[in-house]
Design a protein around this ligand. Structure first.
Ligand code: ADP
Length: 254
């Protein structure tokens, strides 16, 4: 089983296969965590980055880690600049984590360290960012060892709290506890058992507004919170399936 761990410290000191940096679109290095990573990796990092730039917010690209060896790669992801929370910032931040994990899997990494992307100069509120980071990595536990590296006590506390938070959803119509719905087209064999046990429901049908429902309750109310809730829905599904099968949920907190 994989682990998701919150570590307080300097990300350049982490002995992992991949270090993720909170880059800017040019990949030439900047201040904050990106500056520290560029200093530790040496000037070849900016040269390699320049060949892959520009990188859009939410996307991720990889270069060698150069002087950061034994770290193998640096993944450069560009976080959202916080405006007011209504400009898709949450989704872009989620994409930073998910795209980095998918790229790390392609690179066959067994361990990865993330900084608290976008919470410095980019101005993303720390608590909201901690919830997004932890939900994103819990929804896609495809790397054995995931470290969320906090540079200060406050961020570390927020990440720990968010990691411990169970997914609970309540019906907006009747207030009852909800179960997560799985899209029928994507139904995996292990999901069938959880479906039969009533721990999850089938969501592969359209609501009145032409969206698929993510949650349902015993009173047969169905609803969706939209794209921004996809990670919570996935974590709730993973947990419900694991509990039904009597298996671990794919990750643990050491
Ligand atoms: P962004 O531009 O994405 O906001 P910053 O580098 O300004 O990126 O900040 C992102 C986070 O990284 C902040 O929480 C900051 O405290 C943290 N940070 C800065 N230096 C380091 C480091 N050496 N190791 C880990 N985290 C760091």
């Amino acid at each position: 089983m994989g682990t998701i761990e919150v570590v307080l410290g300097d990300i350049t000191r982490q002995r992992v296969d991949i270090i993720v940096t909170a880059a800017n679109e040019s990949l030439l290095g900047g201040g904050g965590v990106d500056g520290a990573i560029h200093r530790a990796a040496g000037p070849r990092l900016a040269e390699a980055g320049a060949r892959l730039a520009p990188v859009e917010p939410g996307k991720a690209v990889a270069t060698p880690a150069f002087d950061l060896a034994p770290v193998k790669h640096v993944i450069h992801t560009v976080g959202p600049v916080w405006e007011d929370g209504e400009q898709g910032e949450d989704l872009v931040l989620t994409s930073c984590y998910l795209n980095s994990l998918l790229l790390a899997e392609e690179l066959e990494a067994e361990s990865i360290a993330f900084p608290a992307i976008a919470t410095g100069v980019h101005g993303f509120p720390a608590e909201r960012a901690a919830r997004i980071a932890t939900m994103a990595v819990r929804s896609l536990p495809i790397i054995d060892e995931i470290r969320l590296v906090a540079f200060d006590e406050e961020t570390s506390g927020l990440l720990r709290e968010a990691l411990a938070e169970p997914v609970r959803e309540w019906c907006p119509t009747c207030g009852a506890a909800a179960i997560p719905l799985v899209n029928g087209c994507r139904l995996l064999p292990e999901a069938r058992q959880a479906l039969a046990a009533g721990a999850i429901g089938l969501g592969g049908f359209l609501l009145d507004d032409d969206t698929f429902p993510q949650w349902g309750c015993a009173q047969e109310h169905y609803w969706t919170n939209g794209e921004r809730d996809e990670c919570r829905n996935q974590v709730a599904l993973n947990d419900a399936i694991a509990v039904t099968l009597g298996e671990d949920r794919g990750w643990s907190v050491p």
